[in-house]
Design a protein around this ligand. Structure first.
Ligand code: FMN
Length: 214
């Protein structure tokens, strides 16, 4: 639980911070694949930070418009910790379990609560790069819609979104967990979609933009 920051100072370090956000209330499949994604990014020399909604208090935006009149959010909860990380990150990886054919309510609450951040700086997300990971218990349980919701969040905030490209990761990283850790760990196609998406995301951040297959 909590925010974990890892710093690397070896050769090839790009000094670019990538923030991973897990929208699952459990330390199970979504968190596992997100940590795998961050591990791969660290191997490529990026600094990463991990944030999970698990055990956190993140209330719903109540549309009080405090943030439009004053600075910051009137709700003093764990979102306060995420705001500076979102501001500082150059890359964002949102990973959500699929709930009822879309993202989890926790993931959505995080997205809605960024309103206060955007209100204080409308360009806060501009130019950042985002990728999306969705983990569903069923093979086609709504992963694509969940990814679309994350992509829409990125798009309307000026975040450039990347998938892993053709042949395996058309819209991003999608997993079929069969509701178990064993299931997600055995999902070879899911990990291929993750590798391809991480590669393209990393290469874009490094300024190469290649989409060669993994
Ligand atoms: C409330 C709820 C709704 C769910 N709805 C779906 C669904 O619509 N489609 C699906 O594929 N899986 C669904 N699942 C299963 C989870 O997406 C799946 O078990 C996932 O691996 C959970 O991620 P976690 O291990 O990180 O918690 C649902 C689970 C819960 C708790």
């Amino acid at each position: 639980m909590g925010v974990e920051k890892r710093f690397f100072s070896f050769r090839n370090c790009y000094h670019v911070m990538i923030l991973g956000i897990s929208g699952s209330p459990r330390a199970k499949t979504t968190e596992y694949v997100l940590r795998e994604a961050l591990k791969k990014l660290e191997e490529r020399g990026f600094e990463t930070a991990f944030f999970s909604v698990r055990g956190r208090k993140i209330g719903f935006c109540n549309h009080c418009d405090y943030c439009l009149k004053k600075k910051g959010c009137v709700i003093q909860d764990d979102m306060q910790e995420l705001h500076p990380l979102l501001r500082d990150a150059e890359g964002i990886v949102i990973a959500s379990p699929v709930y009822n054919g879309g993202i989890s309510a926790q993931t959505k609450a995080v997205m809605d609560r960024t309103r206060a951040l955007v209100a204080s700086d409308p360009d806060v997300f501009r130019g950042k790069v985002g990728m999306a990971v969705a983990v569903g218990g069923d093979r086609a349980g709504g992963q694509e819609l969940a990814i679309q919701q994350m992509m829409t969040f990125y798009t309307l905030n000026g975040v450039l979104t990347l998938s892993g490209g053709f042949f395996g990761a058309n819209i991003g990283a999608t997993f079929w967990s069969k509701d178990t850790m064993e299931g997600v760990m055995a999902d070879e196609e899911g990990f291929r979609s993750l590798r391809k998406t991480v590669k393209r995301f990393a290469e874009f951040l490094q300024g190469r933009g290649s989409s060669a297959s993994v």
